[in-house]
Ligand binder design. Structure first.
Ligand code: FNR
Length: 342
């Protein structure tokens, strides 16, 4: 199967397999504050993720590029990002590094969002030169390196050799002209991985947990004879943030992607230690089912929800959400207890 067809199938199956239903964020709740001493108008969505100053804690995370039909999706995503000042990542650029004919499907993002904070995206198999080419292609402000071992293993045409990733990440990090963020694609990260990345000098980690787009399910669906294996593999985004919390204080900034459905989920992720959240499937759904006005209305609603949560909790600044006590129940609490966290 060629890469372009795969990109199109990922977009189709990501939407059909994502239930946008219950997930581990439902196990997290805030303690209410009936005397918050706050004002909605005083709340600010400005935030910092490592060296980046962002106007919103929501970023549009890596999805697509590499096929003609994905150009339009990337253009719409970039317009949404530009209009609301969101940071944005493009999908893996390995396709365009190997076939310059599809470069425009990524470059369109910089064209539409000339002043935005944009992230290039490559896999951990990329060489330093390939990573640099990806950054240059979209004049990126940062580079994402994605980790997707289980997805590759479930793809008949996927990689089977995962040796040397950490060394390559370290080398790219040392030589890159822009900051590097390492991300999972929806299987989450355990403490050991986070620690190894931190020791390799990585200072921005997107824990990319389970709960939204499920790439095991996507790859299972793409088979001629669909299977349902490994769909429960990994940690949820909430589990991963709890793992990350064990390592906070090492100078690592965390982004939480995977199953963020709305502004309340974003507020919960920030309370659990994330500096910002990433959304992929939910934003893809917006550009596939609504016009730009409709998409912007949804983003505004999510932003309002974050500010409602902040006001109700007495937090005018996002980092004050971190001081809020949260209650963790259900399967998430049980798993945390088993891992000796709670
Ligand atoms: C993705 N994702 C992704 N990530 C990455 O680093 N490189 C990539 O090329 C892609 N491709 C991709 C395609 C499509 C169609 C989707 C929906 C997603 C993963 C994405 O960035 C994110 O980590 C996961 O989708 C989990 O977030 P959501 O979808 O639950 O918000």
């Amino acid at each position: 199967m060629d890469r372009a067809t795969r990109k199109v199938e990922h977009v189709q199956h990501a939407l059909s397999t994502n239930e946008f239903g219950a997930n581990a964020f439902d196990d997290v709740s805030f303690l209410p504050n009936s005397l918050p001493n706050s004002s909605y108008e005083k709340t600010s969505l400005d935030c910092e993720v490592g060296p980046y100053r962002l106007r919103s804690p929501i970023m549009i995370n890596a999805m697509t590029g590499g096929a003609a039909t994905t150009t339009d999706i990337n253009r719409k995503l970039a317009v949404l990002a530009r209009e609301r000042g969101l940071a944005m990542a493009v999908g893996s650029q390995m396709a365009a590094i190997r076939d310059p004919l599809v470069k425009d499907s990524y470059a369109v993002v910089r064209k539409e969002h000339p002043k935005g904070i944009l992230f290039a995206n490559v896999g951990a198999e990329a060489t330093v030169e390939e990573a640099m080419a990806a950054v240059e292609m979209i004049e990126a402000d940062g580079l994402q390196i994605h980790l997707n071992v289980m997805q590759e293993l479930l793809m008949p045409e996927g990689d089977r050799d995962f040796r040397g990733y950490l060394e390559r990440i370290h080398e790219i990090k040392e030589r890159a002209a822009v900051p590097v963020m390492v991300k999972e694609v929806g299987f989450g990260m355990a403490r050991k991985t986070i620690r190894e990345l931190a020791q390799a000098g990585v200072t921005i980690i997107d824990v990319g947990g389970r709960g939204g787009t499920n790439f095991a399910r996507v790859e299972n669906m793409r088979r001629t004879e669909p299977l349902s294996m490994f769909e429960e593999w990994g940690l949820t985004t909430v589990d991963s943030l709890l793992e990350a919390a064990c390592d906070s204080g090492r100078g690592v900034h965390f982004v939480a992607t995977g199953g963020i459905r709305n502004g309340l989920d974003a507020a919960k992720a920030i309370a659990l230690g994330a500096s910002a959240v990433g959304m992929a499937g939910a934003v893809l759904k917006l550009v596939q089912t609504r016009d730009i006005e409709g998409g912007l209305a949804a983003l505004d609603e999510w932003h309002q929800q974050v500010r409602i949560a902040m006001t109700a909790l007495g937090a005018h600044r996002l980092e004050q959400l971190r001081e809020q006590p949260v209650m963790i129940t259900g399967k998430t609490a049980e798993k945390a207890r088993l891992r000796g966290i709670a």
